[in-house]
Every structure is written in structure tokens, then in C-alpha cells.
Design a protein around this ligand. Structure first.
Ligand code: M6R
Length: 364
């Protein structure tokens, strides 16, 4: 049932290119986005003035990427919050709010509670989920399925990737409905998205390099991830993945926050994974790398091909092909999934069933 792989997690990571194809199928065409499965039309969107994205864990990280996309391409104000926080607050929520929940299983208790709260206040609810007929799918007004196929490993991989894909497709759809996205941009993003399965495949082909790195460093106690913009969300996801399956303590920081405290923790040999795929902040990342290097950090950088020259500044580099900056979270996270996976395997951890964790958190 593991299809010849040692773990479901590896099987599911390997399935990611196909999962991406299935997520995009029928939704993306040459002149735009078609989402036949949901009923959000221009008329409905006229009455929406804000979006709340609510989810837990990995799905919450996909929601953060979603906020970035919705604000950039549809110019709608978005709040992203953990469902366990949202449900116990008094969020500003009314019939002009669109609540988007993200959930692989469609059964997460806190996320379901957020839907009920929003519906009570008259908000419209759209669910991005992987499981057809799940509680969340049934209670939402609209459902956009991720089409990732069954995910068994506790550590979510292909679900995350497809959630991010759905976020971008939805942002393009909303931008299209409210006229905020120009056709040039639509073409650029469409083209970039169509390339993602191949980029993910390429990232998976780097697994030996990631494995070698992991086996050289599996004895570590701490690991830091730093990034800016979209890279920061990838860092959060990489850090969660690492904690849950390898039990290595790790932190993810927006690189600009380093100086405001966490840099005090960087010592001789501390591993810092610097995700630097965003051109706009590349120079800023370089400065952050120099700061941690000056304190003795061992730096692994992830960059697009155009910046492979960073090798002279850092200890190790993983190079991804040059691509549109807006889609880098999709292939980049694969490196961090692989890193967590191989560090966990090297440490003898039960990758598919980490201690204290359940696949789906149906009680609070
Ligand atoms: O099924 P859901 O997407 O609602 O689950 C949310 C989280 O419990 C889940 O993403 C969790 O963080 C994963 N184990 C992460 O790998």
C-alpha cells in the first residue's frame, strides 16, 4: 500500500507533481481561471469587503500564502488566523465577509467551529479541502477541492502544495471578478502555475542532495529558518514539518525580525536555513545571512538559479530553476519537506506516525 516506498510520507511527496496537475486541471486555461465548482460570481463579490482565512497547522500556513496572493492580485483586505484563536475571539464578521477555511481532512474541530461562528453572523463560507463529503465540505456554502488524493502520513505534504495552488487560483479568480487583475498578469501567473508540476518534480529529484545534507547534520539540537515575504511562510511550514517528525527544535523567523531578539540564539555551528527566492528582498536576505555568519552560523541557502553565486557567502546551497517569484513557495517547500523527512529517518523516528500526533484533530 506504500507503493514500494518506506513511508507514506515519501509516497505522498512523490505524488506531488500529479497532485498539482489534478488541482489545476479544468480550472486554468489560456485566458483565465474557470471555477465551475464554486458559485462566487461578480455580483456576490460586490457585496464582500473582506476575507478571513482560518485554518490549523499546515493548512494555516497555506492560508498565510493565500493572504499574500489575495491582497496582491485581488486587492481585498485579508486576515489569516489560526482557527483555535478565531473561534474564541469576537472577529469582525458580517454578511460582507467571506470566510475561507482550509483543511485537508475537512474534519478539524476548530476549523469547523469557525465555520459555524461565521454562518451565525451571516458570512459566506468557502472551504478548500481535500476530502469529498467531509463535515467541512458539507457545512460550507462553496467547496474548492484540492484533489490531492488520499493523504495518510501525519505530516501533510501534497495537501499543503495543492492548498497553495488553490489559493493562487482563487486569488486569480477573485481578481478576475473584481477587475483588479490585468490580463498580462493573468497570463504570467497562468503560465507559471502550469509549470509547477515540473518544478516540483525537479525538486523531488534533488532528494539525494537533501539526504546527504541531512545525514551529515542529523545530530543537531536546533535549526532556524529565515525568509522574507512568501519565503517566510515556507519557513513556517518547513519548521513545523521538522518539529513534528524529527523532534528537532526549530524556529522560523521573518528574517527582518532576527535583530529584534532571535539572533541572540545564533552560535557557532547553529544551522540556519535561509530561503531566498524573492528578488525584491534578495539583498536584504544577503545582509541577514552575513549577520548570522558573523555569529558562526552554518548557512544553507535556497536560491533561484540566477543567484547561485551566493555559494561564496554560505556553507551549502540548494538551487531551484529560475521561475516567477510568485510561485516559488510550491517547489521550495519540497526541499524543506525532504529535509524534515531525511533528518527524521536519520534519527530513527517513526516518520508516518510521530509521537503525540493524530492525522486529524477532531477534538480540541
Ligand atoms: O486536516 P487539516 O488540514 O484541517 O489539519 C490541520 C492540521 O492539523 C494539520 O495540517 C497538521 O498541522 C499536520 N500534521 C501538519 O503536517
Amino acid at each position: 500500500e506504500k507503493g514500494g516506498y518506506d513511508h507514506f510520507m515519501m509516497k505522498e511527496m512523490t505524488e506531488q507533481p500529479k497532485a498539482m496537475v489534478d488541482t489545476l486541471a479544468g480550472r486554468l486555461n489560456t485566458d483565465g481561471i474557470r471555477l465551475d465548482d464554486i458559485n462566487l460570481d461578480a455580483e456576490t463579490m460586490k457585496n464582500i469587503n473582506r476575507i478571513h482565512i482560518v485554518a490549523c497547522g499546515t493548512a494555516y500556513h497555506a492560508g498565510m500564502v493565500g493572504k499574500f496572493y489575495f491582497e496582491k492580485f485581488a486587492r481585498i483586505a485579508v486576515e489569516t488566523e489560526a482557527a483555535s484563536e478565531y473561534r474564541y475571539k469576537d472577529p469582525i464578521l458580517d454578511k460582507k465577509t467571506l470566510l475561507i477555511v482550509v483543511s485537508q481532512s475537512g474534519e478539524t474541530a476548530d476549523t469547523l467551529a469557525a465555520i459555524r461562528l461565521a454562518k451565525e453572523k451571516g458570512a459566506r463560507v468557502l472551504a478548500v479541502t481535500n476530502v469529498v463529503g467531509s463535515s467541512i465540505a458539507r457545512e460550507a456554502d462553496d467547496v474548492l477541492y484540492t484533489n490531492a488524493g488520499p493523504e495518510i502520513a501525519v505530516a501533510s505534504t501534497k495537501a499543503y502544495l495543492t492548498q497553495v495552488g488553490c489559493m493562487l487560483v482563487l486569488a486569480m479568480h477573485l481578481g478576475q471578478l473584481n477587475g483588479e487583475i490585468i490580463s498580462e498578469e493573468m497570463k504570467r501567473l497562468g503560465h507559471a502555475l502550469l509549470n509547477t508540476p515540473e518544478l516540483v518534480q525537479k525538486a523531488m529529484e534533488s532528494k539525494e542532495a537533501v539526504k546527504t545534507f541531512a545525514y551529515q547534520h542529523f545530530n543537531i539540537n536546533d535549526l532556524f529558518f529565515i525568509g522574507r515575504g512568501l519565503d517566510f511562510y515556507t519557513c513556517l511550514e518547513g519548521s513545523l514539518k521538522l518539529k513534528e517528525i524529527s523532534y528537532i527544535h526549530s524556529e522560523a523567523y521573518a528574517a527582518g525580525e532576527l535583530k529584534h531578539g532571535p539572533i541572540a540564539l545564533i552560535d557557532d555551528g547553529t544551522i540556519v536555513v535561509a530561503v531566498c527566492t524573492q528578488e525584491k528582498v534578495f539583498e536584504k536576505m544577503l545582509s541577514n545571512i552575513k549577520e548570522v555568519k558573523a555569529r558562526g552560523a552554518f548557512v544553507l541557502a535556497i536560491v533561484q538559479e540566477a543567484h547561485k553565486g551566493i555559494a561564496s557567502e554560505v556553507d551549502e546551497v540548494f538551487v531551484i530553476p529560475n521561475m516567477d517569484d510568485d510561485i516559488t513557495p510550491i517547489p521550495t517547500v519540497v526541499y524543506l519537506q525532504l529535509l524534515a523527512y531525511y533528518l527524521a529517518v536519520a534519527r530513527g523516528c517513526d516518520v508516518d506516525k510521530p509521537k503525540n500526533l493524530a492525522k486529524s484533530v477532531t477534538v480540541e
